[in-house]
Design a protein around this ligand. Structure first.
Ligand code: AMP
Length: 422
């Protein structure tokens, strides 16, 4: 075979695709319960949108984007995340004019050229939500509750929610100065990556994956202890709202978002079932992003979650996924008359809402019944010249072997009767 899928991408085949449909259906139903409506944006956007909206300094923009120039020399990028696209669409279509709080959700593929490893793909899928237009911490709590409720409704046993506040443009500069002073003292022991970040993005050093970095920064000042009054009140209100919503959480001062337009709330949901790539979802408030993208000041908060990660946890926890149902009826053909009958009948049955299947390989009756069994048909029936002449056939429930006679000219009615029995 000459062609293979690209490294870091996956085919989602049956029966696994059934797990995806099931997961997406539950996600959609929870989004609806929380009054979020779906947004779908193009797979590619102008590169500059992501450079601005995610930040030149991030790993995503500096080394992971799938960027190409099209035939008119425009630089385009396959979307590596959704928030920038959602805010772009919100601003472009003036969604804020229609309502004070715009609540949107998405389920979509994302593209990042990461080093492929367990749990890290180059095309992966996220679901997420954005609540745009309000500053109240009650909205942050609502978004966080939505994320945790989705995991809860899958019966995920042990997701951990950790929250923090990363302050705002008023309190962060003074804190950054304090943090840099601390980091300068341990500079020589830090990983090269973290040393580079002291100037550019010191907050990110606090969530370094390097154990040595973490040891050296164990007593670093944390921003949650250096918030301005408004940010402190916002963080307290968030915790109160989460408690009222009965959402358990831990405060973790090392959860950060490195970029300036992220404000106040930052959170992560992790699962101990995922190993080193343990992040299920992450999110936070980004009150300054709309301005960064050239829009008017628009506070917003949201989260993004990996679907592959969700399914990994569900499979690890031996989740009871619903099985792909087989056809309701398999019509086996005894002869040429039977085949003509089946060709018409399967279509009529399907049009009346009954999934029907027949044989396309002129197989023996025995082989056709084996096929009905393999496909897990609920009911099988054999039709030939005799059944047609008598206007009767026998419906056989495959699981129990139980049979029932029905008139051929009311096959759909007979089937509905037998299929509706528990
Ligand atoms: P992020 O947009 O980086 O905050 O990621 C949000 C969530 O998307 C993570 O918590 C993961 O569940 C998932 N995710 C991010 N990157 C990948 C990837 N390369 N492969 C699979 N899932 C990912």
């Amino acid at each position: 075979m000459k062609f293979k899928s690209i490294k870091g991408t996956r085919d989602i085949l049956p029966p696994e695709s059934r797990q995806w449909q099931y997961a997406e259906q539950i996600i959609r139903s929870r989004m609806a319960l929380f009054n979020y409506r779906e947004i779908r944006t193009p797979v590619f956007e102008e590169t500059a949108l992501f450079a601005r909206g995610i930040g030149e300094l991030t790993d995503i923009v500096s080394k992971e984007m799938y960027t190409f120039t099209d035939r008119s020399d425009t630089s385009l990028t396959l979307k590596p995340e959704m928030t920038a696209s959602v805010i772009r669409a919100y601003l472009q279509h003036n969604l804020g004019e229609q309502q004070p709080l715009t609540r949107l959700f998405y389920i979509a593929p994302m593209f990042r050229q990461e080093r492929p490893q367990a749990g890290r793909l180059r095309q992966f899928h996220q679901f997420g939500a954005e609540a745009i237009g309000g500053r109240s911490a009650a909205i942050d709590a609502d978004v966080i509750a939505l994320a945790t409720e989705i995991y809860r409704s899958f019966g995920i046993l042990n997701p951990a929610l950790r929250i923090n506040s990363v302050g705002c443009h008023l309190c962060r500069p003074a804190y950054k100065k304090l943090l840099r002073e601390f980091l300068e003292q341990v500079r020589d022991g830090l990983s090269p990556e973290s040393q580079r970040r002291i100037e550019l993005n010191p907050l990110r050093i606090l969530d370094s994956k390097d154990d040595n970095d973490n040891r050296l920064t164990a007593s670093a000042p944390l921003i949650k202890d250096h918030l301005c009054t408004e940010c402190r009140e916002h963080f307290a209100e968030l915790q109160e709202s989460l408690a009222l919503a009965q959402v358990p959480f831990l405060v973790d001062g090392r959860i950060v978002r490195g970029l300036d337009y992220y404000t106040r709330t930052a959170f992560e949901i992790t699962s101990s079932d995922l190993g080193s790539q343990d992040a299920l979802a992450g999110g936070g408030r980004y009150d300054l992003l709309a301005e960064e993208l050239g829009g008017k000041p628009t506070p917003a908060v949201g989260f993004a979650a990996g679907i592959e990660r969700l399914l990994m946890v569900l499979n690890q926890q031996k989740h009871d996924f619903p099985e792909e149902p087989g056809p309701s009826v398999f019509i086996a053909c005894a002869d040429a008359d039977g085949r003509r009958f089946a060709a018409r009948a399967v279509m009529e049955l399907r049009r009346s809402g009954i999934s029907a299947e027949t044989d396309y390989f002129s197989r023996s009756l025995k082989a056709q019944m084996r096929e009905a069994d393999r496909q897990q048909a609920v009911v099988a029936t054999v039709i030939g010249a005799t059944e047609i002449a008598d206007n009767r056939c026998t419906l056989k429930v495959m699981k129990t072997g139980e049979t029932r006679q029905t008139a051929l000219d009311s096959l759909a009615g007979g089937l509905k009767l037998i299929l509706s029995r528990p």
